[in-house]
Ligand binder design. Structure first.
Ligand code: GCB
Ligand code: CA
Length: 875
């Protein structure tokens, strides 16, 4: 049925002039919960008490330990809450809506099983009408489990924080209401078709329930309200429902000259679906849904287009946790992230790797961010038969729950499904597994299209040709490539080559760079950045290489940087154990400098002028002559040229290329002020940043070394600053006459976590079998401090990241330490005291006479000698 109506404007009070008491009421059920960790006896469904229970509020997770231990608690916990019904709720139909419980929930009321839900990232709604005492107390109990083997994801580079971690709501409705029993949805689905600037059609499909014991005559209307609360269309249709009947209506309308939705103009309409009692016009139920008019398409060669124009998808991926809170974030925390993403100029978000809080999707509609949302089928699929069913459920729930959001353009259902499979299995076994994964992919693709034929389907592949050969590419509409050339594998330019080859081999297939990223750690800085050093500078170099390629090549529809935040991944070691630090913002959401590179790229509507040294405002450098140390300062900007100053002295004007320019800045010991100046649309722009600088003398004498500590980050090109002390451990350097440094030896590094220290990165590199470390120093007394952690061989890394898997470290190393020909420690072996990957520090007081200097040597007895850090202090 298609109906054409004229637009007419009604005053708003028509909608709200009827008493609201008898309508749908929604209230949060977040407070007054009790929580108890661990498996309980069956009678825990009742109010029996022991002192294991403590008071908590929702959002809640029990897994803040996932930031501390790989072995965080995965298992069962219990929640309970007592409640009584308000006067208005007593004669209503009652529903409990859980926005997210990770990973499964079994809900009881007054000891009776209400229902079970599997899947940690989608909402579910249970009808509790038949379970509640209308007068007096009720006890709600929820058993939560985050250890099940048949719920996606089975594997993945992120922590599975258990708990009731999103809002819980009590929804009470009259006997006639919009259906609340359909996969956690609102019971209303809106489609738009034939959209153009001239007109667009929209179809509202709603399901109405009559729970009354007698026939009900109702009126259903859909009122479309634009962003200014102007009513642009309203419609009233009369229906009769038999007792217990559930009925679905579908109506199509046409709107003339719709205001189009786009990230630049997020014109959002609201459909207010209303049920009224026909005889009295009393409102029984209202549900509001977003409505946006836009059209879009993907093309293998031309990329993406929105509302008829070519459009580059400029985006990020986003996990949902925040250290130290885990995944238990308030809605405003989610909204803050969306604002940060929008402010950066992004127009696209991959909600990875699972559906997220509805606060996020609502914000994407409002702020204007196009969305790829996905379910977490990652790395591998297990043998459990029920796994496929649980994937299918998650997919249906995600689509039904978020169906009406105009920001969503694509649904995803698999991420790097061959990665672990290929790594762990070979030959026939591998073939069988790939077949199983293909079968699941086909099944999910069919479900996706059955649920939503208007949006695109997408999968994310890691950089392996096997996806194409095995046939995964043929199943989906759009291919996402997670590419890490220059991070997990050597050489940035292999990225360009890889994607170019895909474009020429498969010219018809639309492509997105669904991930690219490099780790960075604010404590680590390098003037010779290299992959996996976790320096701030390498992440910048990596991104400054990728983004121009993405922007330039029309066949790349867009990209989503991995990841917007530093997020929790309990299995990960690296420079910040338990954290994947590829973020553009830190865990606390402070932007890294590189955030402003994106901003300068993406925003042309405002001036962007950022001195890219907020992450490095306490610097250290070596000076030969005791005066200036030249270090680069970079500015990220979208201006055409910028002038840089140090302490009011101009360092010259430079043209901005690839949204940045670099100056060689002469630093002296002490505090400085760096300032950048430029002009945007005729208006002067200025920004400044204080930087303090510590000069370390290359040639040590009494004067220049009297009050300084020479701290060396052995085996490393990068400097490491300990946040606990502010001391910077400078890069290692070879010895030269009159100076200091190493002679001989070989660098070894590990990604494995070092225990016994918070200065993990400092111990993750070392020099093996050095001939010696030599310091040419004036006579006097010195404190020589030696840092050790046995990282020889290599440590373990995790199977599900794209990194290589290392061997175990079993070699015994035993050696003597000799300072100025004196054996200061014999037969030192860390195996006997602390074991492998454990940091220790040893101090020796050394007297230097007759110009003998300081020479540190290691004499191997078993295995190989090594050293991870040296600190020298003049007493
Ligand atoms: C990937 C995965 C993502 C990881 C990321 C990484 O390809 O899809 O889940 O977190 O790499 O940082 O290794
Ligand atoms: Ca929420």
């Amino acid at each position: 049925m298609k109906e054409y109506l004229k637009i007419f404007i009604l005053p708003l009070f028509v909608l709200i002039s009827v008493s609201v008491a008898s309508q749908r009421q929604i209230k949060s059920f977040n407070d007054g919960w009790q929580f108890s960790k661990g498996e309980k006896m069956e009678n825990e469904r009742t109010m029996s008490s022991d002192n294991s229970w403590k008071t908590v509020s929702i959002p809640h997770t029990w897994n803040t330990d996932a930031y501390i231990s790989k072995d965080y608690y995965r298992g069962v916990s219990w929640y309970r809450k007592s409640f009584s019904l308000s006067k208005e709720e007593k004669d209503k139909n009652l529903f409990l809506r859980f926005e997210g419980v990770n990973q499964s929930a079994t809900v009881y009321i007054n000891g009776k099983l209400v229902g079970e839900h599997k899947g940690g990232y989608t909402s579910f709604t249970f009808d509790i009408s038949g379970f509640c005492n209308r007068e007096g107390n009720n006890l709600l109990t929820v058993k939560v489990d985050n250890s099940l083997a048949d719920i996606p994801p089975i594997s993945g580079d992120f922590s599975i924080f258990g708990g009731i971690y999103r809002d819980v709501w009590l929804v009470s409705v009259p006997q006639q209401h919009f259906d609340l029993s359909d996969n956690g949805s609102d019971g209303i689905y809106i489609d738009t078709d034939n959209v153009s600037e001239k007109s667009g059609s929209y179809t509202v499909k709603s399901t109405v329930v009559n729970n009354a014991p007698n026939k009900a005559t109702i009126k259903v209307s859909y009122t479309v309200v634009d962003i200014n609360r102007n009513i642009v269309k309203t419609e009233d249709i009369k229906y009769s429902l038999t007792p217990g009947q559930k009925k679905t209506f579908s109506n199509t309308y046409i709107i003339e000259q719709p205001l189009l939705w786009s990230p630049e103009t997020p014109n959002l309409y609201t459909v207010e679906a209303v049920i009224k009692e026909a005889s009295t016009n009393k409102i029984l139920d209202i549900v509001r849904s977003p409505l946006g008019f836009r059209w879009f398409s993907f093309d293998g060669q031309k990329g993406f287009s929105l509302n008829g124009k070519p459009y580059k998808l400029r985006g990020i991926c986003r996990h949902q946790d925040q250290m130290p809170l885990g995944n238990a974030l308030t809605d405003e925390a989610h909204r803050r992230d969306m604002q940060l993403i929008k402010d950066m100029g992004a127009n696209f978000i991959r909600i990875s790797h699972y559906p997220q809080d509805k606060a996020i999707i609502e914000q994407c509609d409002k702020l204007g961010l196009l969305v790829w949302e996905e379910i977490p089928v990652i790395d591998i699929i297990p043998e459990e038969e029920s796994f496929g069913d649980n994937c299918e459920t998650a997919l249906r729930e995600m689509i039904r729950q978020h169906y009406n959001h105009p920001s969503i353009i694509m649904w995803g259902y698999m991420n790097e499904i061959l990665l672990v499979t290929q790594r762990k299995h070979k030959g026939l076994e591998l073939d069988a597994l790939v077949k199983r994964e293909l079968a699941l992919a086909r099944r999910l693709e069919n479900v996706l299209k059955e649920e939503d034929s208007r949006r695109y389907s997408v999968m994310a592949f890691h950089g392996s040709e096997t996806y194409n050969q095995a046939g995964f590419q043929d199943i989906v509409d759009v291919v996402g490539w997670n590419l890490y050339q220059g991070w997990y594998s050597d050489n940035l330019s292999q990225f360009d080559a890889f994607i170019k080859k895909q474009a020429s081999d498969y010219p018809k297939k639309p492509k997105i760079i669904s991930e690219y990223g490099a780790g960075s750690d604010r404590r680590i800085h390098s003037l010779q950045p290299q992959r996996f050093d976790f320096s701030i500078e390498y992440q910048q170099e990596y991104i400054e290489h990728y983004l121009p390629v993405i922007e330039r090549e029309p066949y790349i529809a867009g990209a989503t940087y991995w990841n917007f935040i530093d997020f929790g991944s309990a299995q990960r070691d690296e420079s910040m154990p338990r954290i994947n630090n590829k973020g553009l913002v830190y865990a606390d959401r402070t932007p890294k400098d590189v955030y402003y590179y994106f901003k300068a790229n993406f925003r042309q509507d405002i001036p962007v002028l950022h001195i890219a040294s907020y992450d490095w405002d306490k610097r250290t450098g070596i000076s030969a002559n005791g005066t200036d140390v030249i270090q680069p300062i970079k500015v990220y900007s979208n201006l055409s040229e910028v002038e840089l100053f140090i302490d009011d002295r101009s360092l010259g004007i430079k043209g901005i290329n690839n949204y940045n320019a670099v100056w060689n800045v002469p630093f002296t010991d002490g505090d400085h002020y760096i300032e950048a100046k430029g002009v945007y649309k005729g208006v002067e722009q200025r920004t400044g940043l204080p930087i303090s600088f510590t000069v370390i003398p290359e040639y040590l004498n009494r004067k220049n070394f009297s009050n300084k500590e020479l701290a060396i980050n052995i085996g490393n090109n990068a400097s490491y600053t300990s946040p606990e002390t502010g001391l910077t451990w400078i890069p290692d350097k070879p010895y030269t006459e009159g100076s200091w440094g190493y002679i001989g030896g070989k660098v070894e590094t590990t990604l494995t976590q070092i225990n016994g220290t918070n200065d993990n990165p400092l111990y993750q590199t070392m020099r093996m079998t050095p001939d010696k470390y030599k310091f040419d120093v004036p006579d006097g007394e010195y404190e020589v401090e030696l840092l050790f952690a046995d990282i020889s061989g290599t440590g373990a890394s995790i199977a599900h990241t794209l990194g290589t898997t290392d061997n175990n470290n079993q070699i015994r190393n035993e050696f003597d330490i000799i300072i100025n020909d004196l054996i200061v420690d014999s037969n030192l072996s860390l195996d006997d005291s602390v074991g492998k990957y454990y940091a220790i520090r040893k101090k020796y007081i050394v007297k230097v006479e007759k110009g003998e200097n300081i020479t540190i040597q290691f004499h191997g007895i078993l295995g190989k000698p090594f050293i991870n850090g040296i600190k020298l202090r003049y007493l």
